[in-house]
Unconditional design. Structure first.
Lengths: 152, 152, 152, 152
């Protein structure tokens, strides 16, 4: 992946998106009275699973059936402004890049429209033992929607 | 288990004990600027594993070899006084009761000798699928030491 | 509190209740492929805050305004049956006992009607510095509803 | 920060380093039976605080005294190979870049010499209210050691 991967930019095409409403729990905060930075990786994970469900892909059932998974191989987060206990956040996510090799989700966390945090995660498709497999076409289609193009 | 189980009292006999030194991490705290109450169950778990290691029982190797485990089936915690970021706590643990049916660990968390938190956890021995098995004699001996008496 | 406090029994009167729908996140699980026992304290906390919101008490706003809080001073959990990734749980909660001294929430976690986990938490009302205050009447009324009786 | 920031390379000069021995707790794992990716941000945080302590800077006392902090404003993690329950990891950390504007820690997580995970975190110095302040000279000196050069 090129270094440009760092440059987050919401896609202008009509690829699938999903916005998860996330209430900040007390346990998510730390002694600075803001959401602990590691918590956002939890929020991203929840949003990713719900993105898949919304777009017709039941991740848990697929893991169970195919003995495959989408582990996080890389991530990056930029924390712009803190969130606090009980705030209702919006975690928007979409797949910015998808191929037979990996999927790259991007995330925008907002409160009342203000961007608080952004980030990406990169996931290959692997067996439960960790061996890399090709990303299934059905998964690519669910993630990319109209932005999907036949890899052949 | 009788309701008296609630009454924690350090054993007066010479059964095995272990004191784990636990530094409070920033992520362990919450917006009240104290250690979040759920964190103590993490501390107890770490102390329990180290108790076993110290007394000659390698829990991870046993799980791997025997496909058994010691899940927590019940716990209780009393929070007397809060702990804060970067404090060095002492988590003392011992097995207050052990039989072929279950083990009951008790815990005292102290800072500079002051009791902050106490609690217990109850663990049966189960297969990874959750079926109950008898607690192995070798495990009972490791946990009870001189307090062990032949169950026959 | 008497030892009978251990005996959980859903109230038969019409006191306020709340059932929080809780989806199990991947991060909530552990290597036994079930929800880690400490996670239930997180679920209880979320359900407790939502119970209050549903019954007209905005906890976060109250903390901010009054500089008071409801820390957990004691809890107990009984784990009957495990929950797994992506399951949709129901966390029912109610205040089994409330006075000017403390509130005691009880919890039933169910999946498709089956009771998986039950527990209680006890919370006094304290200042942010930890000094005990009397539980406000407005809070007692929100928690107890028709079961509230004037303490005088 | 330039995009080259992504290119982790252990410094060849004699700047301060610290290696934290981190035992994997059971709660650190997930249903894939490996350490959950969010856990590494916890490990990094602990290593960072211990790095500072080892090099003469008591972070908790400084926060308390100066009402300042070093929040994480950005991080990146690359997960190369998984870690499992009870493994003893080595988390090596050093400050790859430090100025009056921010500190950039880098991390290598190894097991028996094998690199499992690497990453960086970027921290400005801020007030507890979130206002940016200049990184104190004493902190820069502790972090950079012989690599420190007078900014004037």
């Amino acid at each position: 992946m090129s270094l440009h991967a760092h440059k987050l930019h919401p896609p202008t095409d009509r690829r699938p998106r999903y916005t998860h409403r996330q209430r900040v729990a007390y346990v998510d905060t730390d002694a600075a009275q803001v959401v602990h930075h590691s918590t956002y990786l939890r929020y991203f994970e929840v949003a990713r699973i719900e993105f898949l469900r919304t777009h017709g892909f039941d991740y848990a059932a697929w893991v169970e059936r195919e003995k495959l998974g989408l582990p996080v191989a890389e991530n990056w987060v930029k924390y712009r402004s803190p969130a606090r206990f009980d705030e209702l956040l919006e975690v928007e996510t979409w797949v910015a890049y998808g191929s037979r090799a990996f999927l790259r989700w991007e995330y925008h966390v907002r409160r009342d429209g203000k961007l608080l945090t952004e980030g990406f995660t990169v996931s290959p498709c692997t067996t439960l033992g960790g061996e890399v497999r090709r990303v299934p076409i059905e998964l690519l289609k669910a993630c990319l929607g109209e932005a999907y193009t036949d890899p052949s």
